[in-house]
Design a protein around this ligand. Structure first.
Ligand SMILES: Nc1ncnc2c1ncn2[C@@H]1O[C@H](COP(=O)(O)OP(=O)(O)OP(=O)(O)O)[C@@H](O)[C@H]1O
Length: 459
């Protein structure tokens, strides 16, 4: 019989109890250590990590005061707040057992114990310990992932009056749980603002969950957002939490909310109004605890007037509004942004002495930047990679997507699938004046997929 990987410490001043426990439990658990003197517990815990501690409450035979046991329980929990302690109490001492549970013990067994019952209690305790450790590991991983994501979405750069207003609003509402609606063109920093709000909030150490509503299909909306139970639909092979549940305790960022169809707007509104969600295939509503941030590049107010966006949903999500100005309306920030990205990419591509010519900066300051900061960031990265001089020159910046699409006519010789794809992307982007959401929808791909193609083809 294989033993359970679980280390157990038994502390009791009755030698025969220790011997009986050791002989029985050794058959089932990987390590069993016994100790008659409770004073030695701190030293034992320093030397080894035990998964479960089986601790007697009453020391010295016939003792009725359990003071020593309780003070030892406290010491153990002070040393390791996640320790799993099972108390050994005298038969019929239910009051004491209840008090022990209140003070942090996980469970209790009565003496003399029945072996089968003791085994079942210890097995559950070991499982609990493992589950606790897994949760801790996942939390550490999640914090690490948040840090990695936040590194990409670092600090705001820009000192223009329009950005100062944005910073002030973020400062004011960050710490509250107010719903925030962020408006702005593609690439103006809406996600950056949402992450900044999350970092300033009480929920900063919890998750930040991002849902691109433009990429969620009509049929999968409910299961993606609210979750599903096994068998709710053909592909539902197991119970699955939706984004609302995953974001519980943290922030839910619904990007591209302007892309939601009217029926889906109603479903979202119902969840937000009741603050409850029900997994597909379940009839048990669950309360939700999220801070909601929404963003879009669509003119939501015009859409309400046109009957394309529900007014009641707009009022539910726009408690506070943040407007991110397009880059062409705050040209004074361009120089700072270029220097910031140049510094990052110098490091990334190991070109520590690469500078930028004055006439290049002038060119960048007069360009219209339809793709805003994301376009600027990519333009600087591409220029740093391609430049083989000591300073970036105007020719290192080529603004392909803004130029009229010269290449839309398909040459009849040597056309490759790649070239065709590039032409389609170029043509669609110029048809929609660089609007990523509209172009992606026209092409039948997600915005992320479109961004990947823009990068791949250097557009
Ligand atoms: N003020 C800023 N300072 C520094 N970097 C910025 C700033 N604004 C945006 N960025 C960077 O530009 C890129 C695009 O920003 P972000 O994804 O937040 O834009 P967005 O408005 O959410 O875009 P989309 O509408 O396409 O989803 C990111 O890499 C972000 O870090």
């Amino acid at each position: 019989m294989s033993k359970i990987d679980c280390k157990i410490l038994i502390v009791d001043d009755e030698e025969d109890v220790l011997t009986a426990g050791r002989i029985f439990l050794k058959q089932h658990f990987s390590l069993v250590r016994t100790e008659p003197n409770p004073e030695k517990i701190p030293a034992l815990l320093q030397a080894e990590t035990y998964d479960v501690i089986l601790l007697d409450l009453n020391y010295s035979a016939g003792a009725t005061s359990s003071q020593e046991g309780f003070s030892m329980l406290k010491r153990i929990l002070r040393f390791d707040p996640n320790a799993i302690v099972i108390l050994i109490t005298a038969y019929g001492d239910i009051e004491l057992a209840v008090r022990a549970l209140k003070e942090g013990a996980t469970d209790f067994v009565t003496k003399p114990w029945q072996n089968e019952k003791l085994l079942a209690t210890l097995m559950s305790a070991c499982k609990l310990r493992r589950a606790g450790q897994e949760v801790k590991e996942l939390q550490t991983k999640q914090q690490h992932l948040n840090q990695v994501m936040d590194r990409h979405y670092g600090e705001f750069i820009g000192t223009s009056p329009a950005m100062q207003k944005v910073y002030q609003t973020i400062e004011k509402v960050g710490a509250t749980d107010a719903n925030v609606l962020i408006l702005g063109e593609n690439g103006t920093g809406k996600e950056l603002a949402a992450r900044a709000l999350h970092r300033k909030s009480k929920r900063a150490s919890e998750v930040f969950i991002n849902v691109d509503l433009g990429a969620v299909s009509e049929t999968l909306f409910e299961s993606e957002l609210f979750g599903s139970m096994k068998g709710a639909f053909t592909d539902a092979k197991e119970d699955r939490a939706g984004r609302f549940e995953i974001a519980s305790g943290g922030t839910l960022f619904l990007d591209e909310i302007g892309n939601l169809s009217l029926p889906l707007q109603s479903k979202l509104l119902t969840a937000l109004q009741s603050r409850m969600i029900t997994r597909l295939g379940s009839n048990k509503p669950k309360p939700i605890d999220i801070r909601l941030i929404c963003a879009t590049n669509m003119p939501l107010y015009d859409m309400v007037a046109e009957g394309k966006f529900r007014q009641d949903l707009l009022y539910r999500i726009n408690t506070v509004e943040i407007n991110l100005p397009p880059l062409r309306e705050r040209r004074e920030d361009i120089r700072l942004l270029v220097e910031h990205f140049l510094q990052n990419f110098r490091r990334k591509y190991q070109k520590p002495n690469l500078g930028i010519a004055a006439k290049t900066l002038q060119k960048l300051e007069t360009y219209s930047w339809p793709g805003n900061i994301r376009e600027l960031e990519h333009a600087v990265e591409r220029a740093v990679i391609l430049c083989d001089q000591s300073a970036l020159q105007p020719e290192d910046f080529y603004f392909g997507s803004a130029a009229p699409a010269k290449t839309t006519a398909i040459p009849d010789t040597e056309i490759t699938l790649e070239a065709l794809e590039k032409m389609m992307v170029q043509k669609t982007l110029s048809k929609h004046s660089g609007n990523i959401t509209h172009a992606a929808r026209d092409l039948g791909i997600t915005r992320t997929a479109l961004y990947r193609r823009i990068e791949k083809h250097g557009l």
